[in-house]
Design a protein around this ligand. Structure first.
Ligand code: HEC
Ligand code: HEC
Length: 303
């Protein structure tokens, strides 16, 4: 006991303890981190499996209109029944299917937004009180997210096209709201109206309201990127990614029921980054505290 106390009084002892603690934390932290090398080996086989699932879902839900090879189909008079999907990209598929427009049900001037079919319904309610009901809903949602991702990957594999924007590009907290308002009034208001309530267009078509909370930031970005039906495409030269983000921030800010989270993309990034920042921060704080207290005894001796 005496030896430990003597050892503890040494000036470097405190630093040694902190160093040991930091190493221990590092080892524990590494244990929680994903193993990239192993994951890489598995991912090639997994990707092939995912593509196969995507193709199966396409054959079952989409091929009847878009053709077995997604080349599009025409009726007997040569009028298009459904367009080719080669090169439309993952973003277009994500927009059309997550908003429930596809698979289309009934022919009309415009394919309307609706609740997605269960296979692709990534926005189902999961906040049930009962545990078994909640778990069943969460499982269904996870399956729908996987189905939609596989379908996107399959269509993208046929010919590239715009990709789904990363979560950081559609975070409404990051855009310039004032700039977004200006850009919205010059680029979007002629169809969607100044308040984003939507409005009628020619030929029985209409621009839908953007003020409802069920239009997610990701869907807003994808609509601008892919220009569904009568809406023009706003590519990255017309509206830069920062401009798009500003418009998203403006739309989210102005609607009555803000939905700042948007779609959960299930990314683990912020968790690990937060943990790392927390651990390093605590380590530095401890070192700083020790540095401050270490000076005290000397001063006391002098006086
Ligand atoms: C009942 C027929 C029908 C079915 C089934 C259908 N679609 Fe479509 N799809 C259409 C039509 C018609 C359009 C064109 C709509 C328009 O632009 O007016 C279209 C457009 C699209 C577009 C936009 C293409 C572009 O140029 O941007 C995508 C993406 C798409 N469909 C994906 C799918 C997917 C994925 C499925 C299956 C989950 C599916 N569709 C099922 C009829 C169908
Ligand atoms: C020429 C008219 C026109 C302009 C300009 C236009 N849109 Fe659209 N927009 C439409 C139409 C039509 C649709 C419906 C497409 C469909 O149902 O497939 C639409 C759909 C959307 C949707 C999907 C809404 C939903 O309910 O799923 C979003 C989001 C959107 N527009 C945002 C914008 C933004 C942001 C701008 C400006 C940068 C813009 N639009 C400019 C006509 C327009």
């Amino acid at each position: 006991m005496k030896r430990i106390t003597a050892w503890r009084r040494r000036p470097w002892a405190g630093y040694a303890v902190v160093l040991a603690a930091l190493v221990a934390i590092g080892v524990v932290y590494a244990g929680f981190s994903p193993r990239t090398d192993r994951a890489e080996a598995q991912s090639t086989a997994q990707a092939a499996e995912d593509l196969k699932n995507g193709q199966k879902l396409f054959d079952k839900n989409c091929a009847s209109c878009h053709g077995l090879n997604a080349q599009g189909t025409k009726d007997a008079q040569g009028n298009a029944i459904a367009p080719s999907l080669i090169g439309v990209g993952a973003a277009s598929v994500d927009f059309q299917v997550s908003t429930g427009r596809m698979p289309a049900a009934n022919p009309g001037a415009q394919v309307p937004r609706k609740t997605p079919i269960p296979t692709f319904n990534t926005s189902i309610k999961t906040d049930y009180e009962e545990k078994d009901k909640r778990e069943a809903a969460e499982k269904q949602k996870a399956q729908a997210e996987k189905n939609l991702a596989d379908l996107r990957a399959y269509i993208a594999s046929l010919g590239g096209g715009p990709e789904v924007p990363p979560a950081s590009a559609v975070d409404p907290a990051k855009g310039n709201v004032a700039l977004g308002g200006k850009l919205f009034r010059t680029n979007c208001a002629q169809c969607h109206s100044f308040t984003g309530q939507g409005g009628a267009l020619t030929g029985g078509k209409y621009a839908p309201p953007l003020s409802k909370s069920d239009v997610t930031p990701t869907q807003m970005y994808e609509a601008m990127l892919t220009g569904p039906q009568a809406m023009p495409v706003f590519n990255d030269t017309t509206l830069t990614p920062q401009d798009k983000q500003a418009i998203i921030s403006y739309l989210v800010k102005t609607r009555e029921e803000p939905n700042p989270g948007g779609n959960s993309l299930g990314r683990i990034g912020p968790v690990t980054e937060g943990l790392a920042g927390w651990l390093v921060g605590i380590g530095l704080l401890v070192l700083a505290a020790m540095w401050i207290t270490a000076k005290k005894p000397k001063k006391l001796k002098k006086s």
